[in-house]
Design a protein around this ligand. Structure first.
Ligand code: RB5
Length: 147
């Protein structure tokens, strides 16, 4: 898969570690930064990954910031994005199966790297279940038309 990834200054080393893992698993990683510890604004990075996913340049997106909260709020403002803030393998799996989440958000200051890595692996290996969940996802996405 092609996976777009980005982060703010709170998650540079975690992003690098996740990107390395994804490449080792055979995925193509599109890194949208930031790659320095200089203070940055997470919405700028959420927009880059959200647009890459929405425009079909990436199959899935991953966003890391301090808590994951800012990235998830921002990414969910981007057309076509269903960003899930996950804190466990179970929430990551359900976000794909039930919500067809296309962007994963995690907090680098609130989760151990090993947990983030496990969440990422679960997210990218889980699939949307469809069925009754399809109707619910369609209802959510219809909200975009009212904006
Ligand atoms: C940056 O200090 C921090 O606010 C950001 O990484 C994130 O936690 C926002 O939700």
């Amino acid at each position: 898969m092609k996976i777009a990834i980005a982060n703010d200054h709170a998650a540079v080393s975690e992003k690098n570690a996740v990107a390395k893992t994804l490449e080792e698993l055979g995925h193509q990683v599109l890194n949208f930064g930031t790659d320095t510890l200089d203070s940055t604004d997470y919405p700028d990075y959420a927009a880059k990954v959200g647009q890459a996913v929405n425009q079909g340049h990436a199959d899935l997106g991953i966003l890391l910031c301090g808590t994951g909260i800012g990235m998830s709020i921002a990414a969910n403002k981007i057309k076509g994005i269903r960003a899930a803030l996950c804190h466990s393998e179970e929430t990551a799996e359900k976000s794909r199966e039930h919500n067809d989440a296309n962007v994963l958000c995690c907090g680098a200051r609130v989760l151990d790297l090993s947990v983030i890595q496990a969440i990422v692996k679960k997210f990218i290996s889980s699939e949307f279940s469809g069925g009754r969940h399809q109707r619910r996802v369609q209802k959510m996405m219809a909200f975009e038309a009212d904006l």
